[in-house]
Design a protein. Sequence first.
Length: 294
Amino acid sequence: MDWDKLKTFHAAAKTGSLTAAAERLGISQSAVSRQISTLEDDLGISLFQRHARGLRLTEPGQILRRTTDGMTERVLLAEALLRDSRDKPFGPLRVTAPVAFGSIWLTPRLVHFEENYPDILLHLMITDNLVDLTKLEADCAIRLGRPTQPNLIQRKLFTFSQSLYASTSYIAKHGAPADIDALDDHAIILYGATGAMSDVDWLQHLGRKDGQLREPTMTIDNVYALMKAVQSGAGIAGLPDYVAADNPALIRVLPEARGPGFDIYFAYPEELRRSKRIQAFSDFLTRQMRASRA
């Protein structure tokens, strides 16, 4: 079986679409279709069922997919190890980070990484979805909370706290709450998602002793969008302090009211423990963390 055809098959199996596979591989859709058809002819079996919504693997296709999964991971690992055999960090580095942390804290600091490591081509994957490091879908990750995937090297970067924030325009129009009870007279915006950041809704029960929850004016399930709503003057919300650290439009209100802390971790596969590129990015994060606390 020809590796190029297997690589094309793997991309189509992973995406479930000829168009998406072509975009991933940087070739035409017709070339993807032709290579898959040729592979099916060579094997004498059908690997996909074509339907209106894309491609569905047949049973033989599922067997081949399990094989190409392992082959792809080994090729990616070999490429990574070969890049790191050079004397200095070189080549692409895929980093995944949560949307809010990656967009607000990390991205504005990447200019310093590029200045110090011009031979590393950084590919930042901003997503709240879990990217599988064990399958080398990314080289390293910044994670909210301790990673639970096996065979990962990890270290805690820092613990960030949470406070109440409003915009300068909101305070100018409505004033600042004098105490926690006065929050009931203000527009409250809550974080509305579940999962690792579910405790961001601490404002809903802040100061409540009777078990009743504070009614919000709106809920938003993304920390970055929550910040933008507060910044626009829509109300008061509990936000991670790093979100507001470099934002002059946000003012901390009721500073004695603090939310639960969250840990940020840096993680990467054990196979890449000697990677110069990952070490370079780890050193960069450490320097930026220290600078942000100075």
